[in-house]
Design a protein around this ligand. Structure first.
Ligand SMILES: Nc1nc2c(ncn2[C@@H]2O[C@H](COP(=O)(O)OP(=O)(O)O)[C@@H](O)[C@H]2O)c(=O)[nH]1
Ligand SMILES: [Mg+2]
Ligand SMILES: [Zn+2]
Length: 292
């Protein structure tokens, strides 16, 4: 048996690539369906290659390091959350993506693209996230600023690009991997129309592996999350947890809240705390309505 990684899955046919970048076409054995195991793009697998024109067989899915749901991809090593000056950043969306990456134990990175247009967006990002553990990097796919450093950070892991539509995800990937990818304008409109049938595949080039996603304008808050756990995913709040007057404290409007005090002193970002409270409100509402 050989070892490889699924780079594409379509209608029960999987394309798997081995360490020498050779591609194989495979089908999954019936056993997978019986066991309700769905092979996913990104899965590391064992397989028997086919003979000449015959497809081979996917034999076994190796344990996953991570599982991302939108899109469904296994073993993402880095979630690249892209923002730009235009379209304007939706920091609530960034916070939700950070939350889901941390819940899945996937390292996040915030990429501020189109730095050729302004530096304000980068300053805003630093204000919000310098105390969290998310790295921020400002680049321009057009001028090439920061692109070499970005390429180095992507090396050696499967990187998923996500964020609003139009921020330059496809342009960044095309430039980094040296390949052609559908970007803005007409082709974007076409790909939008096809979005429901659009499948996910791993793109490869220059020794890098990336996933492009169509981008979305809205991401729902987690539906079944105990609201008291949300704060655990805000690393900059953690040092203050023991110092709040109430236990548990949601760091919402409780008196004597050490997290609120830290924000008032400017030790953590006040805007991020305000957005946390909005998200907490949404998660509380989902939690109350979970049995409806
Ligand atoms: N000024 C500027 N425009 C960019 C940059 N990167 C991408 N764009 C443009 O932004 C638009 C959307 O890019 P696209 O890659 O399709 O965005 P996506 O929807 O996130 O994949 C296109 O017109 C790109 O040419 C950049 O760094 N600077
Ligand atoms: Mg795109
Ligand atoms: Zn508190």
């Amino acid at each position: 048996m050989l070892k490889g990684q699924i780079v594409e899955g379509r209608g029960g046919i999987y394309t798997v690539v081995d360490s020498a970048q050779r591609a194989y076409v495979l089908r999954a054995k019936k056993r997978f369906r019986r066991q309700q195991m769905t092979p996913l793009v990104g899965d590391r697998v064992l397989f028997s290659p086919g003979d000449k024109e015959e497809h081979g067989w996917l034999e076994e899915i190796l344990p996953r390091d991570s599982l991302f749901l939108r899109p469904p991809v296994a073993n993402i090593g880095l979630l690249c959350i892209v923002v730009s000056p235009a379209p304007q950043p939706d920091w609530h969306l960034v916070d939700k993506l950070l939350l889901s990456s941390r819940m899945q134990k996937i390292k996040p990175m915030i990429i501020i693209n189109k730095s050729d247009l302004d530096e304000e967006t980068h300053k805003e990002a630093q204000e919000s996230y310098s105390k969290s553990d998310a790295e921020t990097l400002h680049v321009s796919a057009v001028t090439g600023q920061g692109m070499q450093e970005l390429g180095e950070k992507l090396t050696g892991r499967l990187c998923c690009f996500t964020g609003q539509s139009g921020v330059g995800k496809s342009t960044l990937i095309a430039r980094l991997l040296g390949i052609t990818v559908e970007t803005g304008g007409m082709s974007l409109r076409i790909s939008r129309g096809k979005q429901t049938t659009r499948h996910t595949s791993i793109l490869r080039g220059n020794g890098l592996m990336a996933l492009d996603t169509p981008g979305f304008s809205l991401l729902d808050a987690p539906e079944h999350m105990d609201p008291v756990l949300v704060q655990d995913y805000y690393p900059e709040f953690v040092p203050y947890f023991g110092d709040c007057r109430f236990a548990p404290c949601y760091h919402d409007s409780e008196p004597g809240c050490a997290v609120s005090e830290a924000a008032a002193r400017g030790d953590i970002s006040g805007t991020r705390l305000l957005r946390y409270r909005d998200l907490l409100g949404e998660i509380k509402k989902n939690w109350r309505e979970r049995y409806d």
